[in-house]
Write a protein that binds this ligand. Structure first.
Ligand code: UDX
Length: 445
């Protein structure tokens, strides 16, 4: 099929590449000329495993193209996807200006029936606003063109985005138009073999499904962080509790890992946005507010532990930091717990020596050059001259370090394990003080 995608960010680029891979003709539109030029030369603006070969191959074969010119792109697409950003505005609501501006652009150029598909995570009711924006512009033009607007939220995870996109566990399609649903069925048929993964519903339910999925996952994490904080105080080990409850299939093992708090481009933004949506409709969604509050506090956990370790005085200390990205397999630093930790350390007069396998450039972009931040080339370099070590992102490379070496180099051997990656006994046996998240029991011999 002929597909047009507005926005070559995470969602747009991955969706475009995967749809091209499945044999569709895809044109991606972005306002950023430099980004488009880069993509045409195989430069992928994000770090996402498996994405580059698909983009390069499909661009070379002509299945995938990039442009800044909306007119021919809109003429091309039977399906026109909107996959632009919805950053939070000052009060935490999703800012719809990019989505609505694409809608107006579509209205300016549309000259035959097309299905406009919204992939961005948008407030409930956006499909109606997009429809109205297109209709208004068509009206100004005096053009009578039929079109449908469908909500088709994306559930991909950074780091697994290509895999999630090629093998979705469900495809949510919100539309009351049979004609539009038929087109999406055809588009998604190759993703939908063996059993039907498509769940068809109305637009508003589809829009709410996306928020509900993210809010549910964020709730599981904050719940576990709450249990971890209780475990610490009552002398229990949350890692044992996690295994004990995860075995119940009604609870499950996924997304119950306590840690330094959730980050990324979705959970923090979407939980806040859903709370705003509820408030806008006269409902106080207290649980969602608490999910966010617990997470915000969790991001201060590591700093609090480090401060306590040094009896409140971290000024002049140097902290080695492993992992900067908000999770492994990405270079994304949005809402990353590492940022809260570094900023708190700097504020208190401490220095940071950090290593991340992918997020070095991103860290420099955000913080620039500064005296109290040294970005190292490998994990062990961070230890030189450092007092203690904090682990914030659970990259595979950090899983089984040489504890004897860490003990030998750190001035004040202590590990602050923000992901409960290590066995407290192994660390303590190496002569290193261990601090985990919610692991009161495991340190009592
Ligand atoms: C998430 C959703 O998983 C995805 O479906 C949606 O489309 C976008 O948001 P993503 O933000 O890429 O994806 O990351 P994810 O792997 O879900 O992790 C989010 C955060 O939760 C990370 O900071 C991670 O460290 C944290 N997390 C996850 C925990 O702290 N504990 C867990 O048990 C799981």
């Amino acid at each position: 099929m002929k597909v047009t995608i507005f926005g070559t960010g995470y969602v747009g680029l991955v969706t475009g590449a995967c749809l091209a891979e499945m044999g569709n003709h895809v044109v991606c539109v972005d306002v950023d000329q430099a980004k488009v030029d880069g993509l045409r030369n195989g430069v992928i603006p994000i770090f996402e495993p498996g994405l580059e070969p698909i983009v390069r191959r499909n661009y070379a074969s002509g299945q995938l193209d990039f442009t800044t010119d909306p007119a021919p792109a809109i003429a091309h697409g039977e399906l026109i996807f909107i996959a632009v950003g919805t950053p939070p505005d000052e009060d935490g609501s999703a800012d719809m200006k990019y989505v609505l501006s694409v809608a107006r652009t579509i209205g300016e150029h549309l000259d035959r029936y097309a299905v406009v598909v919204n992939k961005s995570t948008v407030p409930v009711g956006t499909a109606d606003r997009v429809r109205k924006a297109i209709d208004d512009v068509l009206g100004e033009r005096g053009a009578a063109v039929d079109f449908d607007v469908v909500s088709n939220p994306e559930f991909l995870k950074e780091g697994d985005a290509v895999e999630d996109c090629l093998r979705p566990d469900r495809i949510v399609v919100g539309s009351s138009s049979e004609r539009a649903v038929a087109r999406l069925r055809k588009l998604y048929a190759p993703f939908n073999r063996n059993h039907d993964r498509m769940v068809v519903m109305d637009e508003r339910s589809a829009e709410l499904t996306k928020y509900a999925a993210n809010a549910m996952l964020a709730t599981k994490i904050s719940f576990m962080n709450e249990i971890a904080n209780i475990a610490e105080r009552v002398g229990a080990d949350v890692e044992l509790v996690r295994q004990g409850i995860g075995a119940d299939p009604r609870i499950g093992y996924h997304f119950i890992y306590p840690g330094a708090g959730y980050g990324g481009s979705c959970f923090p933004k979407d939980v806040q946005a859903l709370e705003r949506i509820a408030r806008g409709h006269g409902y106080d969604a207290r649980l969602l507010g608490m999910v966010e509050a617990v997470n915000a506090q969790q991001k201060t956990r590591l700093f609090a532990q480090i401060q306590k370790h040094f009896d409140g005085d971290v000024a002049g200390k140097t902290v080695a930091l492993w992992g900067l990205a908000f999770k492994p397999n990405t270079d994304d630093m949005r809402e990353a717990p590492s940022r809260r930790l570094m900023e708190a350390l700097w504020e208190a007069g401490a220095k940071v020596r950090a290593y991340d396998p992918e997020a070095r450039a991103e860290t420099t972009r955000i913080y620039g050059e500064r005296d109290d931040l040294v970005l190292c080339d490998n994990a062990y370099d961070t230890l030189q001259g450092a007092d203690v070590l904090a682990l914030v992102t659970e990259w595979k490379a950090f899983r089984s370090p040489d504890f004897a070496r860490i003990e030998a180099v750190l001035k004040n051997p202590a590990i602050f394990d923000g992901r409960n990656l290590y066995d407290p006994r192994v660390v303590e046996d190496a002569g290193i003080a261990y601090y985990g998240i919610g692991r009161g029991r495991s340190l009592q011999r």
